[in-house]
Design a binder for this molecule. Sequence first.
Ligand code: SF4
Length: 935
Amino acid sequence: MATASTCPYCGVGCGVLIQSQQASEARENRAASENREVSETSITVQGDPDHPANFGRLCVKGSALGQSLSQQERLLQPVVDGAPQSWPVATQAVATRLQQTIARHGPQSVAMYLSGQLLTEDYYVANKLMKGFIGSPHVDTNSRLCMASTVAGHKRAFGADVVPGCYDDIEQARLFVLVGANMAWNHPVLFQRIQAVLKQQPKSRLVVIDPRHQASCEEADLHLAIRPGTDVMLFNGLLCYLAEQQQLDMTYLQAHCDGLAATLSSARLDAVKPEWVARVCDLPLADVLRFYQWFANENRSLTLYSQGVNQAVDGTDKVNAILNVHLATGRIGKPGAGPLSLTGQPNAMGGREVGGLANQLASHIDYSVPEQIAAVGAFWQAPALVTQPGYKAVELFQAVQRGDIKAIWIIGTNPVVSMPDADAVRQALLQCPLVIASDIYHSSDTVQLADIQLPAAGWSEKDGTVTNSERRISRQRAVLKAPGQAKADWQILSEVAAAMGFARDFSYQQPADIFAEHAALSAWCNGAEHMNSSPEREENSPEQIESSSERAQCQRRAFDISGLQGLSAEAYQALLPVQWPVNREYPAGCARLFADGRFFTANGRAQLLPVRQVALPSFVQEANHPWLLNSGRIRDQWHSMTRTGQIPQLMQQKAEPFVCLHPDDAALLSIKAADLVQLNNAQGRMLARAELTAAQRRGELFVPMHWTAQYSSHGRCDVLFVARVDPLSGQPALKLSQVAVRPLRSRWQALLLCRQPLTKQQHQQLAGHYFARQPLAHAQCYQLADVPDTELLWADSWLAQLGLKASLYSYQSDSGEVRAAGFDGDALQWLLLWSAQKPKADLAWLDQQFATDVVAEQRPQLLQACAADNRDTDNSAVICSCFQVREARICQAIEAGQQCLDSLGQKLRCGTNCGSCIPELTALLRQHSRLAVAS
Ligand code: SF4
């Protein structure tokens, strides 16, 4: 029978059904006898037709989950100071070293850095241990990089961190406004719901606000290619326009909101006329007016926004500029109307709920109300409850760098890749006296720096809950045994807590125990109604909040899952997806909040916030680094690629780090398509392949956020982003930096395919040169290039340094081209193509040669890098990852008469599985029809 669980990637939170074939005992024994510690398992994953987030759909990443269980780079055993250890030794080492640090430097010298990938139960235990028992407030999470500005914006406007609406609003809405969100790639299943509405409802419209013509624009009725950083101006302009057109909902405003007059006056200082908005935002006036008219005329307007809004120095103001127009029109808490923030990670919301952010204590309680702080202390019976916020992510790693933090425990995340000024973060960790990392992989850039490495169970191996972007709590369920000695994070944390002397308070036997406590805390001291009910944990009832006068002061909090506090282990096991709050008022959960116009501010009224457009970036004045740099996700990869990078199918869309730039800019810089390009600024350097595209605005560049040192020598884009943050939310500005760009004039480029990944020692031999690794089905493919400021190495000496002995070798003296291969018997071990330009090869064919014997007479063909009957190597982009259909084949099919999605699908199957490539297919069809018209 299939097990219902949830996808571990984005915040859509799709339900999946998992069928597992755990290895038979005999196969496990065989693995053990071959000294393989890993059990052989396989799973198949399908969309869950009953899950309300996706109704059976999955995107390309979710569809490939069954291939994500490679155990190759798994951390299987605890490692202390480089030596494998048993769990008792490692647990004691963590406990003792943390205690020694606390004894010498105080509890505030200890920190934790968590992840939106963790389950709520893991998060809860980590937060409780640090903020209640160790006594350090310095717990933050990578959700700080993702949604912190939305949290701050929600709290300012609504009095609580609440997403008002739900996914069902998509089917009800008729105007979709996407701001800084490439939903087609990053929230594909929700985008497919929008596409369906656009198709079925002829009067529905999609507006995309984004500096780039990204994939979502293919479906848009209007794309506003806004000047980066001017969103506040655009939405302030909209508010002014709505006021001018008398389209504000004065009845709603009078009944439920404060702050209109001040907000409007402030907006008018920015954006009194659309003409001025158009000029500042660098948009055609007609387009600005069209957007404003559409918004004014459509009550069922849904504004969906994501990192393009949040990751900015004024991210919180951008959020409030959006919330202002929804409040001012009363379009909130109503079917098809509202702001809907799209979380990037599967459990960013769950982390917010338990207090994973350094400026929240627990259960949506922050540090501003002493009675509530005391209540948490009492509930936990905490000996060392913190009362002040801790360091937010950027401050946290700066504190590590200063030496204020002496011990940091990083769980399930990769800050050496994902933080701004990433090289400084790496340096900070290198000099930190104690770095502990819990992770599923040993190879991550961060885990490699840890003094103590703890093997964690991963998706499909552990149980718990996650909360998606619409407040829906869903179960993730274990279907496989964790490999080696890996354990669930909550268990690792609880055992360390016990070793530190807190066994009684961390005696959880299963995730259900933790969830029950978390649910009970959400009810604890949560409004008068709940204060009158008796607390679940009678024996822990705190004396200090027993007096009814203190109880009466407890404010009502939005996050309330009191209806789940009595859940038995069986009921927890069977828990169906449900949207919080779940309490007496909403026993079956609640889809939309604020329908009654009541908010969680002190007076129950929503707050419109006066926000001003910040001064435009002074980048243009920065002569040395005049190019604006933006970063973001791509369709087929997830975060720092630890899981998706191992899946050959997902490495086809983009195999190397790349930089998008406008063709006219490229011409100015003498950069051609696929050239290697250097981007640099005072902080760091990145090397990437050039992609020329009119989707970029002139003067602006885009790079992917995913590549790590495991996959590329110079692909970490975050080394180029300055650690500038929004002062309110602490969220770093990862959408805007400034760099210099130039082509990299390599003296040679090469393609190396090897049966096994290069070893650490071989990697060291590459030092300084460019590489990008792409796992194929049977081999590893390395794109290599010389970096001019490093020592010049020719093919022979380079092969010798890597310890590769050629069985086949050819050298062309006129071109200097070298082709070589190594064999073990008839089994191909490696193949090298070396020339002045990037070598061309039929990678799929070459990969196949690693899966079969290559006898002597077949070998010369290898050096041609393609089959004898196929000289026409198709290196065009893979558009459909599910069926590996490349752009060139699609274009041929279009030219041959397949001129719609359906006929392309029938002919090539592209777009017929997950549908994630449909925007790209649509773009190719459009491009072709434009060319046809032009000719
Ligand atoms: Fe997973 Fe894709 Fe669904 Fe996101 S949209 S949860 S990545 S299947």
